[in-house]
Ligand binder design. Structure first.
Ligand code: KIV
Ligand code: NA
Length: 264
């Protein structure tokens, strides 16, 4: 696979080739995912839940993300890696500039921040200083206590319009990628068409430029509450490499996510 860069991802959007992305937290899985053609590896702060066992992502620290980013980079030297900025590590501009250093030095190619308008100066400052930014709108899990639970976002016409406007503002500020989480498919389609940068969805229907899943959901490791948008690929293939290959090919074909994994 050709080395993935922001320029390659941009070209994939223009050519209508879907982008596959997965969370990864260690060298072994990172290597396997990259070998199966997953274009982007995300060191998600979901690690607070799936690795550390917390009930939300808030306890995760920059040191945690840096540790796992180093491991993922060691396993996948050519991969395009996004590191999540954890809760309150980008509360102020000064704090943000300090927070990104260990992540980029650990091998990240880009950082991801949750939120809209309040992040515009931050995104501009990071991009100007050489740190590519991925935005994240919709159900942003660091705000779970504000939302009052993990709920689908952007359901009213007013909130949908606001999200389209915020997405455009993030792009204008310099964001080079955008994740949309748990929003109605029609809204994801509006945003994907409005933006020049690639849009990656999770629980946003098959209309975005690419898809992301938490690896534990894809492999059926998570128990208890299983989100509607996830799919257990290991159950249908019985082998981890085939499960990942099947995820990548369904993303490319646009057959994942189906209606049953989407919100209308
Ligand atoms: O932390 C994470 O895994 C994420 C993805 C679900 C987008 O942010
Ligand atoms: Na995250």
């Amino acid at each position: 696979m050709a080395k993935i860069t922001t320029a390659v991802l941009q070209k994939m959007k223009q050519q209508g080739e879907k982008i596959s992305m997965l969370t990864a937290y260690d060298a072994s899985f990172a290597k396997l995912f990259a070998e199966q053609g997953v274009e982007i590896l995300l060191i998600g702060d979901s690690l607070g839940m799936v690795l550390q066992g917390h009930s939300d992502t808030l306890p995760v620290t920059i040191a945690d993300i840096a540790y796992h980013t180093r491991a993922v980079r060691a396993g996948a030297s050519d991969a395009f890696i996004i590191a999540d900025m954890p809760f309150m590590s980008y509360g102020t501009l000064e704090q943000t500039l300090q927070s990104v250093v260990p992540l980029m030095q650990a091998g990240a190619n880009m950082v991801k921040l949750e939120g809209g308008d309040f992040l515009l100066p931050t995104i501009q400052a990071l991009t100007e200083r050489g740190v590519p930014v991925c935005g994240h709108l919709g159900l942003t899990p660091q705000s779970v206590h504000v939302f009052g639970g993990y709920k689908v976002q952007g359901k009213t016409a007013e909130k949908a319009d606001a999200m389209v406007r915020q997405a455009l503002a993030l792009q204008e500020a310099g964001a080079q990628l955008l994740v949309l989480e748990c929003i109605p498919t029609a809204l994801a389609e509006r945003i994907t068409q409005a933006l020049a940068i690639p849009v990656i969805g999770i629980g946003a229907g098959n209309v975005t430029d690419g898809q992301v899943l938490v690896m534990h959901d894809l492999l059926g490791i998570s128990s208890g509450y299983i989100p509607k948008f996830s799919k257990n690929y290991l159950a249908q293939t019985g082998e981890i490499r085939s499960a990942i290959a099947s995820y990548v090919s369904e993303v490319k074909a646009g057959t994942f996510p189906g209606q049953e994994h989407s919100f209308n």
